[in-house]
Design a protein around this ligand. Sequence first.
Ligand code: GLA
Length: 376
Amino acid sequence: MALNSKIAAALLVFLSLVTAAQSPSGLKDAYKNSFLIGTALNRAHIYGEDARGVALIKQNFNAISPENALKWESIHPQLHRYDFEAADRYVKFGVANHMFIVGHTLVWHNQTPAWVFQDGKGKPLSRDKLLRRMRDHVHKVVGRYKGRIDGWDVVNEAFEEDGTLRQSKWMKIIGEDYITKAFQYAHEGDPKAELYYNEYNLEKPAKRRGVIELIRKLKAQGVQVSAVGLQEHDGLDWPSLEEVDATISDLAELGVKVNITELDINVLPQATSGVTAEVTAKAEARPNLNPYADGLPDSVQQELAKRYAGLFGVFLKHRGVISRVSFWGLADGDSWLNNWPVRGRTNYPLLFDRQGKPKPAYDAVINVALGQATQP
Ligand code: GLA
């Protein structure tokens, strides 16, 4: 009898260990043998005002990106004024929690103040002066976090949809070598940091070709590029899993890593004429563009779960070249997609709902890691 109960007790311990091994305590644990799992921190996370969110972040993520805290307008609002308060806290949070810390972003056409491109009289700067300004900013910001920020989105969104370089002020004033220069300055700022080119819509063949050419050129010039970041601001139907798969394969052939950097899935009707992630795009509010203001129907909830499972199946397939999969935000209520491109909609793009509860999509993503979901 005594022996039987000892055996039974041992069996129970064994079973609970097996169950614990099979049910990971968070997303990062589920994917620990494949890639890092990241999220983007907003101000309330950085300042610890969203305690529930912070707890979820610590439990589920081992990589962080700053949603806005390190963009030029936040960190360097005026010529002679840097403001590192939020950025310092962001980095401190990552260091304290042993997370992979991403810097986002150094050179971009948005959220960069107008003064950056002008002289004291409001006239466009010369190429040399703008290069010097870029260099000073990049050296200062990258240098400040040397050895703590692990990887930088050096240039963000330099291409048009047709694969030509975007005619941004960087491009118009400096010319196309502004990209090379940005990478060189970042490398000087922290020679050990990973350096990324970050972009959306690379599933579009023309845009992908443009970026592939760029990375080839940079590598031929001896410029260090660690990875291409695929933002993956996706929809329920676009891009197809085949397109995502092909995009990752094509980029991996360049001999760089491919990171998923801003993943979210828009479940609302498309409000712009084409698929885009250009943050300045705007569209009028209309009731038919906001169909789930009172809650997400179960059918769409399931569709979202299936869509996430499909994408993670593709990411897992490419785990040899993918170092990190980062979501753009934590919970549905936090997402930029509630206010873009139409203000005041109710969107459901992430894995946690407005109360911070894991959604069916969360379980679906965990199940893919456990090999329990149908792989595409
Ligand atoms: C782009 C940028 C991000 C963010 C998102 C939308 O993808 O890279 O910094 O602004 O748009 O929030």
